[in-house]
Design a protein around this ligand. Structure first.
Ligand SMILES: *Cc1c(COP(=O)(O)O)cnc(C)c1O
Length: 371
């Protein structure tokens, strides 16, 4: 059914795949300890370093995004460490849950739904908790469609000088679509996942680390085995992974990265910006209210909108799928039952957005007519 022309998958991962990526995925398996794999691994890693805009390392982990989050926690903390988690929604909360599960003393700084984190408030929290060793923050909150200003946040945090905590950024639903030059902005760890903006299937978490991050990895005492960054780095030096990697996903990612390098980051960012603006304008034309409070901080990869009064979100989702082959995502966390989400990251064009708007217009009209 995914091959039918009337099929528009607009959930925030997995996202649709370009034809050439799907073709790459169908390749026969190779030995993950052989020469061919080493070339594949090296090229993927080199392309990722270019797109992460880092001179540091990029590690490939066979895991979903949450696995990557857990890896970032266990490799940077020791039980009892105080950490600051900035949360503007479900995925910020998840970092707090994982850090707590591994024994961190979590200070959580939350912001109202639909709002971005305020850099001054983060700085204030760090002044009140000068012993925070790590700061976890979400770049793009997929549950609300809000993008944090990491440039400003990183600058605020770095003003602390020697007491600057390690800055770990969950860019799972933004990297490769929304600007985040890791080294230039001073992020120590940035993580993402293959099934979001990377036009690849689920299965790989990608983690960028600078030298400062490695000093933390060496000191961290949280229990870890599969997700040991030190081990992954030793194997990566030989263009290999410690355990069996998701070989097919690497085939797909290798091709997707070639497409991304060809398009170029500036064009990719601009395309996402343009399509997101087009979508938000179209939703407003339909009388729908966008969850992101501030247009400046509205996400270029995912848009959440409130279901209008009198409309059952679940029924609307079903009608869109049945009548238009359009698949949107439901609201999460505090927005469950109140909002729906539309993803527009990776392999997405103006035509896809136009189809989303046309389908919504049609289903909302039918729905209104039925009442
Ligand atoms: C999707 C997502 C995650 C979780 O990724 P999974 O692959 O579902 O484990 C975490 N953080 C953000 C911001 C995400 O968008």
């Amino acid at each position: 059914m995914g091959d039918s022309p009337r099929f528009n998958l607009r959930i925030p991962g997995p996202t649709p795949l370009p034809p050439s990526v799907r073709q790459a995925l169908s390749r026969q398996m190779i030995s993950h300890r052989g020469a061919e794999f080493r070339i594949l691994f090296r090229e993927v890693t080199e392309r990722l370093r270019a797109l992460f805009q880092t001179e540091g390392d990029v590690l490939l982990l066979t895991a979903s995004g949450t696995g990557g989050m857990e890896a970032c926690v266990v490799n940077t903390i020791s039980p009892g460490d105080k950490v600051l988690v900035v949360s503007i929604g479900v995925f910020g909360d998840r970092f707090a849950q994982i850090a707590a599960a591994f024994g961190a003393q979590v200070v959580k700084l939350g912001f109202p739904l639909g709002c971005a984190a305020q850099p001054e408030a983060i700085l204030q929290a760090l002044h009140s908790n000068p012993d925070c060793r790590v700061l976890f923050v979400t770049h793009n909150e997929t549950s609300t469609g809000v993008t944090n200003d990491i440039k400003e946040i990183a600058a605020a945090v770095r003003s602390l000088g020697e007491r600057t905590p390690l800055l770990v950024v969950d860019a799972i639903s933004s990297l490769g679509a929304i600007e985040l030059p890791m080294d230039e902005w001073g992020c120590d760890i940035v993580l993402t996942a293959s099934q979001k903006a990377w036009m690849s299937p689920p299965g790989l978490a990608m983690v960028g680390l600078n030298e400062r991050a490695w000093t933390y990895v060496k000191q961290a005492k949280a229990p870890r085995f599969y997700f040991d960054f030190g081990l992954a780095r030793r194997y990566a030096a030989e263009d290999a992974t410690p355990f069996t990697p998701a070989v097919s996903v690497l085939y797909g990612l290798h091709q997707a990265l070639a497409l991304m390098m060809e398009e170029g980051l500036p064009h990719i960012y601009e395309r996402h910006r343009r399509l997101a603006r087009m979508l938000r304008a179209g939703l407003r034309d339909l009388g729908l209210r966008i969850v992101a409070e501030d247009e400046e901080r509205a996400s270029n990869t995912v848009t959440a909108f409130y279901t209008p009064a009198g409309v059952n979100g679940e029924e609307l989702l079903e009608a869109l799928a049945r009548e238009h082959g359009l698949f949107l995502a439901e609201g999460q966390g505090g927005l469950k039952g109140k909002a729906l989400r539309i993803a527009h990251m990776g392999y997405v064009s103006e035509k896809d957005i136009a189809e989303v708007l046309a389908a919504l217009r049609s289903s909302l009209q039918t729905d209104a007519g039925a009442r």
